[in-house]
Design a protein around this ligand. Structure first.
Ligand SMILES: Cc1cc2ncn([C@H]3O[C@H](COP(=O)(O)O)[C@@H](O)[C@H]3O)c2cc1C
Ligand SMILES: O=C(O)c1cccnc1
Length: 353
């Protein structure tokens, strides 16, 4: 059995018993019931995910998958494709936004070359899992073969497994790939059935003319390839990207191992949609990190029925919103674990109870 099939088969329902115990404990803590709002719900969900009544998330890591896109040739990004490898080097030197924010929350940054179009120098911190020198231009031909799409998912699963084997107990998704908002928009349009114009935004900051071209390129690709909205592998192969496939794999891998996975912005959201078509139960293990400015992100969350934790007007990707949200997840668990109960603290309970 392939690693992909094995991983999908391993994804089970949430642990109801642990979630119920966490809910009961939340109601005994020294605060009016429900007064910590979404922090309470979050801690209960993380209990259900991990199967622990009082989970602690002490070793967070963000997996940043990098790859290039043939469709960049169509003039759909405000930046040239060589920025992808340049930013990977920036990640390795610790100078990118994701490095700063990950340091801020104490998360490890795992940088993976899954399909950058240039050869990168070997570096102790770079995970080299290059499957191809970028994808094909999907406005003309499928982005990749079905076999390559499956391999991209399996690279992601393997990266998640390796991190979890080292003790990582909270994962986040991040990416780098010039033109990947074009691939992400095509995926979101394909899977949600919404028109391309409704789910396509300005990415790195394109002007009106480029936005019109970007929408036309996506419409043309969807008409040409007719991806099956219920088959994430088909969508990924036809209009996706290697880093997006890798992230869908990270999500499936985390879900199979009962590790919460914080989803970053729009591009990570497209990976989450692919993962959800392959394993609907994986959605239970996803935590929506933040709401990206990128048009179409709301369509992702409404399809997955998830509510983002943060809304900071961010539109960068790399995992930046997700790592900030990780600290909210950790805070939610600390509240559940560390707060005193009414009985322990000798605080009177609500009248009449
Ligand atoms: C310097 C720089 C750093 C970035 N970090 C993330 N992205 C983000 O922008 C890209 C997607 O936007 P588009 O589809 O318009 O190319 C991705 O690489 C994404 O991660 C960056 C973009 C740039 C230019
Ligand atoms: O939300 C994102 O992931 C995003 C938005 C714009 C550009 N890059 C990434």
């Amino acid at each position: 059995m392939s690693l992909l099939t094995q991983t999908i088969n391993q994804i089970g329902p949430l642990d109801d018993q642990a979630a119920t115990a966490a809910r009961r404990r939340q109601d005994m803590l020294t605060k009016p019931a429900g007064s910590l709002g979404r922090l309470e719900e979050l801690s209960i969900r993380i209990a259900g995910i991990t199967g622990r009544e009082r989970p602690r998330l002490t070793k967070p890591a963000v997996i940043v998958m990098a790859a290039d896109h043939g469709v960049a040739r169509q003039g759909v990004s405000a930046f040239p494709a060589e920025v992808t490898p340049q930013m990977v080097l920036n990640f390795l030197r610790g100078g990118a936004a994701i490095n700063v924010l990950a340091r801020h929350v104490g998360a490890q940054v795992i940088v993976v070359d899954i399909g950058v179009a240039a050869d990168l120098p070997s570096h102790p911190e770079l995970v080299s899992r290059k499957l191809a020198y970028g994808t094909a231009d999907f406005s003309q031909e499928p982005a990749m073969s079905l076999e390559l799409a499956r391999q991209a998912l399996e690279v992601g699963i393997t990266c998640a497994n390796e991190a979890i084997d080292r003790g990582v107990d909270l994962l986040a998704t991040g990416e780098m790939g010039i033109a990947n908002t074009t691939a992400a928009s095509a995926i979101v349009a394909a899977i949600t059935g919404r028109p391309a114009a409704e789910v396509t935004g300005r990415g790195t900051g394109i002007d009106d003319a480029s936005l019109a071209r970007k929408i036309a390129v996506i419409e043309q690709a969807l008409a040409l390839h007719q991806p099956n909205p219920r088959d994430g592998l088909d969508v990924l192969a036809k209009v996706g990207g290697l880093e997006i496939g890798g992230l869908a794999g990270v999500i499936l891998g985390a879900a199979a191992r009962r590790v919460p996975v914080v989803i970053d912005g729009f591009i990570s959201g497209s990976a989450a949609l692919i993962a959800a078509t392959l394993a609907p139960a994986a959605v239970n293990y996803m935590i929506a990190g933040h709401r990206s400015v990128e048009r179409g992100h709301v369509a992702v969350y409404s399809q997955l029925d998830l509510q983002p934790l943060l809304d900071l007007n961010m539109r960068l990707g790399e995992g930046t919103g997700a790592v900030l949200a990780m600290s909210i997840c950790q805070a939610a668990c600390k509240v559940l674990d560390e707060m005193a109960t009414f009985a322990e603290a000798g605080v009177s309970e609500k009248k009449g109870e």
